[in-house]
Design a protein around this ligand. Structure first.
Ligand code: BTN
Length: 338
C-alpha cells in the first residue's frame, strides 16, 4: 500500500489534474482504492483538490525528498562529514529515530529526513506540527568532542547556520533570531532547533541536532500551532526546491559544526548580534514555575542570555529548559494601568 501511495504522489507531484482512472491504471488498483489513498494523504496534511470530471490535483505540486538530488548540492566539506542520508515517508520523529540508533551505536555525521512526522518534537516538551511534504524535518547525529558545557552555544551556532542558508534564497530583510535558537521572520517563527544529548563519555558527547524549517505550510490541512508562524512560500511567494534547501542547509550545518568545534561561538557572534530580536527589549523568562522579568542585553561568548532584572542586576541564563518571551506593548499597557 505504501508503494502505491508513493506512486500516486509521484504522479500528482506535477501539480496537474489526474483522473482516478488514470491513477488506478498506473498503479494497478481500483478507483475506490485510489480514493482511499487520496484520503490517507489528505489526513497526513497534503492538500488535494478533487474535481468531478477532472480528478485529483495537488495545487502547488510537490517535490519529494530525494537523496541523489540532495547530494548533488553538497559541498566537499559536507561530503566528507556526512556518512549517511536516510529519508522516510513518515516517521514518529527524525530526532527520536537517530536518538535510538545512537544509543546503541557510534554513528557520526548521519542524517535523517522525513516527509511527515507523526510525533514531531519541539523544545520544552512541545510538539512540532509536521504535515506531509510541506517543510523540512531534519536531524543529524553528531559526536561533539569539546567540553559538554559548551553545548548550549552549539544550538545558537546552528541557528546562525540556518540564517546563512536562508540568505542564499534571498530571505534576509526581516530575518531575526530569538534566543536561544528560534529563527523568526518579523514576529513569526520560521524555523526551530531541538538539540538532544544522547550520552556523554570519554570527552565525547553524542548529540542529535534537529531542525524544523517551514517551507510551504500555508497549503496544508489541519494546522493547529499555538504560536505565530510563517513559511518560505509566504515570505518570498516562491516555491524553492526542498532538495536544494536541504543540501545547502547541510553545507551550512557541517561548516558551522567544524568551526564551532575549533573556535566555539566566537565566529558566530557578529551575525547573532545583528539578528538578535530581543536585545534592548522587555522580556519574560520562564524557568519551570519561575518567571523572570527584565530587559535583554544580548548574549555572552558562551551563548548565555544577559538580562537586567527589575533591580538592575544583570544575570546570565543558559538555554536548557528556559523559554523567552518578548513582552508585547499590550502587556506593558496592562502593567502600567494596574
Ligand atoms: C522548537 O521547538 O523550536 C524546535 C523544533 C524542532 C523540530 C524538528 S523537526 C525535525 C526534528 N525532529 C523532531 O521531532 N523535532 C526536530
Amino acid at each position: 500500500m505504501k508503494a502505491k501511495r508513493r506512486q500516486i504522489l509521484e504522479i500528482l507531484a506535477d501539480g496537474q489534474f489526474h483522473s482516478g482512472e488514470e491513477l488506478g491504471t498506473a498503479t494497478k488498483i481500483t478507483r475506490s482504492a485510489v480514493w482511499k489513498i487520496i484520503k490517507q494523504l489528505m489526513d497526513l496534511g497534503v492538500v488535494i483538490y478533487s474535481l468531478k470530471g477532472k480528478g485529483y490535483q495537488i495545487p502547488d505540486g510537490l517535490e519529494l525528498l530525494d537523496e541523489k538530488k540532495i547530494r548533488a548540492h553538497l559541498s566537499p566539506t559536507a561530503k566528507q562529514i556526512i556518512s549517511q542520508i536516510e529519508i522516510f515517508d513518515s516517521i514518529s520523529s527524525t530526532n527520536t529515530y537517530l536518538y535510538e540508533k545512537m544509543k546503541t551505536s557510534s554513528i557520526n555525521g548521519q542524517i535523517c529526513l522525513a516527509e511527515h512526522q507523526t510525533a514531531g518534537k519541539g523544545r520544552r516538551g512541545r510538539g512540532w506540527h509536521s504535515p506531509f511534504g510541506a517543510n523540512l524535518y531534519f536531524s543529524l547525529a553528531w559526536q561533539f568532542t569539546n567540553d559538554p558545557a559548551e553545548l548550549s552555544g552549539l544550538s545558537l551556532a546552528i541557528a546562525v547556520a540556518i540564517t546563512r542558508t536562508l540568505k542564499q534564497f534571498g530571505i534576509e530583510q526581516q530575518l531575526a533570531l530569538k534566543w536561544p535558537n528560534d529563527v523568526w521572520w518579523g514576529k513569526q517563527k520560521l524555523a526551530g532547533v531541538l538539540l538532544e544529548i544522547v550520552a556523554e563519555s570519554h570527552h565525547t558527547t553524542k548529540v542529535i541536532i534537529g531542525i524544523g524549517l517551514n517551507i510551504n505550510m500555508s497549503q496544508t490541512n489541519n494546522i493547529s500551532i499555538d504560536q505565530a508562524w510563517t513559511d518560505i512560500k509566504k515570505i518570498t511567494g516562491k516555491l524553492f526546491s526542498r532538495n536544494q534547501l536541504a543540501g545547502l542547509l547541510i553545507n551550512e550545518i557541517t561548516t558551522a559544526l567544524t568551526d564551532f568545534q575549533t573556535r566555539g561561538l566566537i565566529p558566530f557572534l557578529p551575525e547573532w548580534q545583528k539578528l538578535d530580536i530581543s536585545r534592548g527589549h522587555e522580556v519574560m523568562l520562564q524557568n519551570g514555575e519561575r518567571n523572570i522579568h527584565g530587559v535583554a542585553l544580548g548574549i555572552t561568548e558562551k551563548g548565555e542570555l544577559l538580562v537586567s532584572d527589575t533591580n538592575n542586576n544583570v544575570k546570565k541564563f543558559l538555554s536548557g529548559e528556559i523559554s523567552l518571551r518578548l513582552v508585547t506593548n499590550d502587556e506593558k499597557k496592562i502593567s502600567i494601568n494596574h
